[in-house]
Design a protein around this ligand. Structure first.
Ligand SMILES: Nc1ncnc2c1ncn2[C@@H]1O[C@H](COP(=O)(O)OP(=O)(O)OP(=O)(O)O)[C@@H](O)[C@H]1O
Ligand SMILES: [Mg+2]
Length: 263
């Protein structure tokens, strides 16, 4: 039985789809069997990031309503994650929590990890997408608005019975943290009620690889973002990996490991 991980955020545009695609690809590179599910109904875009847009015939709603036996597509890349596309035409009116939970539980027989790219916000669509998940990865940037929305999302997930939430701080910029434009990592950790899973720096490689329809770890394997995604995947698998050094201060290895587990 695989683990179903909801990738959520509260605030839109903070990097859920990028993290789903790139951490999913990094998990697959570790030899795990991975499925990425796009549950952003009506606003499908994970297919573009994965370079699979021309392959989509059926989608998750077709599968839920029995128009096809499976809408799952194999990865465009060797040893990559499989992909279940969202519907581009239907919203959440035709699907229920019960149907989605049944779909996830059928699928998780065949996978080690299922990453669900959730819609932004905390409305019905998000609740349907996250229902039945075993754990959650909340994406936030290091600004007060995004962090507050992340906290609210963690609370809603608890209400849905999805415990074990962990946070990824995305698009982190050391120069912004220094100048007080956004917060330092330690200040984010102090605010958040869930532990930190990783920090992904602001990195042009993310947008460049998305435009090329290729995961960052393949398109730009030496980039800082690729290292961050690989580290997050390793932590999901239970490894203890220190945060990469993004801020100026010269914190020791021991302290950086400690920051991942303690507040
Ligand atoms: N670490 C990063 N560095 C630079 N750009 C990034 C990074 N993460 C994401 N982006 C860019 O930010 C934009 C939004 O990212 P993404 O689509 O993953 O967000 P999202 O949370 O899925 O958005 P939505 O709420 O609309 O679904 C994209 O153009 C993406 O390439
Ligand atoms: Mg998205």
């Amino acid at each position: 039985m695989g683990e179903i991980i909801a990738v959520a955020s509260g605030k839109g545009g903070v990097g859920k789809t990028s993290v789903t695609a790139n951490v999913g690809d990094a998990l697959a590179a570790l030899g795990k069997k991975v499925l990425l599910v796009d549950m952003d109904m009506g606003l499908r875009n994970l297919d573009l990031v994965l370079g699979l847009e021309s392959e989509v015939v059926y989608d998750a709603v077709d599968m839920l309503e029995g128009r096809c036996r499976s809408a799952v597509l194999p990865s465009a890349y060797k040893n990559g994650p499989d992909f279940l596309p969202a519907s581009q035409v239907h919203g959440y009116d035709r699907i229920s929590e019960e149907k989605v939970e049944k779909l996830y539980s059928d699928l998780c027989q065949q996978y080690d990890y299922i990453l669900v790219d959730c819609p932004a916000g905390i409305e019905k669509g998000f609740c349907i997408a996250a229902s039945g998940a075993d754990s959650a990865v909340i994406i936030t940037s290091a600004d007060a608005v995004s962090l507050r929305d992340a906290e609210r999302t963690i609370g809603i997930l608890e209400g849905l019975g999805v415990g074990d939430a962990r946070v990824v701080i995305n698009r982190f910029r050391a120069d912004f943290a220094e100048r007080g434009i956004h917060m330092k990592i330690d200040s984010c950790i102090d605010i958040l009620s869930a532990p930190l899973l990783g920090v992904v720096p602001e990195d042009d490689a993310v947008a460049e690889s998305a435009a090329a329809g290729s995961p960052v770890c393949r398109y730009s394997p030496d980039s800082q973002a690729a290292s961050a995604y690989r580290n997050i995947a390793a932590r999901i698998c239970g490894e203890t990996v220190p945060l990469i050094q993004l801020e100026k201060n010269t914190m020791g290895l021991k302290q950086r490991i400690k920051r991942l587990f303690g507040r």
